[in-house]
Each structure stands twice: as C-alpha cells, then as structure tokens.
Design a protein around this ligand. Structure first.
Ligand SMILES: O=P(O)(O)OC[C@H]1O[C@H](OP(=O)(O)OP(=O)(O)O)[C@H](O)[C@@H]1O
Ligand SMILES: Nc1ncnc2[nH]cnc12
Length: 176
C-alpha cells in the first residue's frame, strides 16, 4: 500500500505566531515514496499541456517545483526573495499568513512564448501565488495553471487567486 503524503504532515499550533497552525512538510520531503507521489501527482495533472517553464517561490517552491519541471521536460524559474538575483528583475510584493514579503525574477527568465506552471508546496492565503501571477504577466508569458501539494482551503485561497487569474488551480490535498 502506497504511503499517503498528507498523512506525514506534522501540525504545529501557534507557529511562527499565535493563531497559525504551521504545516511542517519536511517529513514528506524525507520520504522517498511520498516525495515522488507529490512530484508525480502535480506533474501528471499538467502533462501534455505544453508547459515550457515551471516557476517556484523561494524556498519550498524550489524543492517541489524543480523536480516537477524535470518530470514535465520544462525549465525552472526561481522567484527569489529581494536582492538575491544579480541581473535586472521584475518584483512583486505580497502578504503572508504571518507577515509580508517580496519576490523577484530575472526579466529575461520568461518570454511571451513560454507556457508557465506555478508550483509550490502549499497555498494558504494565495498571496504568494498572486505575486507569482503578476511576475508571469510582467514578462508576457502565458499561465497554464498552478499546482500544489497542500491547499489550506479554510483560508479560501481560490477566491484570492480568482481575483487575478482564471487559470486552473490544482491541489493534491485540501484541508477544509
Ligand atoms: O498562500 P500564502 O499565504 O502566500 O502562503 C504560501 C507560501 O508560504 C510558504 O512559504 P514562506 O513564505 O513561508 O517561505 P519559505 O518557503 O521560505 O518557508 C509556502 O511555501 C508558500 O510559498
Ligand atoms: N500554515 C502554514 N504552514 C506552513 N506554511 C505556510 N505558509 C503559509 N501558511 C503556512
């Protein structure tokens, strides 16, 4: 019987601030079968859609996004925290469940010919995704959709995402 990746998530109440239940996915990453199930599950959903690039946000979006890119035969674009990329960038700010931050991509990381998939370990408020959508739009590339391991559905990220794009939102596991 295959392991259910969601069964390996550890909940940490009141971390990093009171009122937030932090979803620790490191046990999922550490389990070979579970990690493969997450990567294959997201990649499988978007196979055959002509995806040329996967974009993922620092840091957990790198961990899940890069192997999904390899599985799809696509390249990977890292969206990094401010000041980390050495050349000209597009930037977007966003709110998190526990603070605010900004992400940047190189201006030449995507072109209007690219078909882009956003990948992250989890979607909570949808703020990070909204920033990534803005960055993809800045380049003129086409957004194919977005794929996550975990969706914190009780925070209603789909409504926040729907305000900025009608691209497909796919998650392997939702917490109601
Ligand atoms: O839907 P949202 O409310 O935007 O939250 C989701 C984001 O939060 C986490 O990253 P975080 O910013 O904590 O950074 P990390 O990957 O470096 O831990 C997670 O990996 C997502 O990128
Ligand atoms: N509750 C949460 N657990 C883990 N990562 C998160 N990123 C945003 N909200 C989170």
């Amino acid at each position: 019987m295959a392991v259910d990746p969601a069964s390996l998530i550890i909940d940490l109440p009141d971390y990093p601030v009171p009122g937030v239940v932090f979803k620790d996915i490191t046990p999922v990453l550490a389990d070979a079968e579970a990690l493969a199930a997450v990567v294959d599950g997201i990649a499988g959903r978007f196979a055959g859609r002509g995806v040329t690039k996967v974009i993922g946000a620092e840091a957990r979006g790198f961990i899940v996004g890069a192997p999904v890119a390899v599985a799809l035969g696509a390249g990977f674009v890292p969206a990094r925290k401010p000041g980390k990329l050495p050349r000209d960038t597009y930037a977007a700010t966003y709110e998190l469940e526990y603070g605010s931050d900004a992400l940047e991509i190189h201006r030449d990381a995507l072109t209007p010919d690219d078909v882009v998939l956003i990948v992250d370990d989890l979607v909570a408020t949808g703020g990070t995704v909204r920033a990534l959508v803005k960055l993809v739009e800045d380049t003129g590339a086409q957004l194919a959709g977005m794929g996550f391991f975990l969706e914190l559905a009780f925070l209603n990220p789909r409504a926040a995402i729907a305000e900025v794009t009608d691209a497909e939102v796919f998650s392997l596991h939702a917490v109601e």
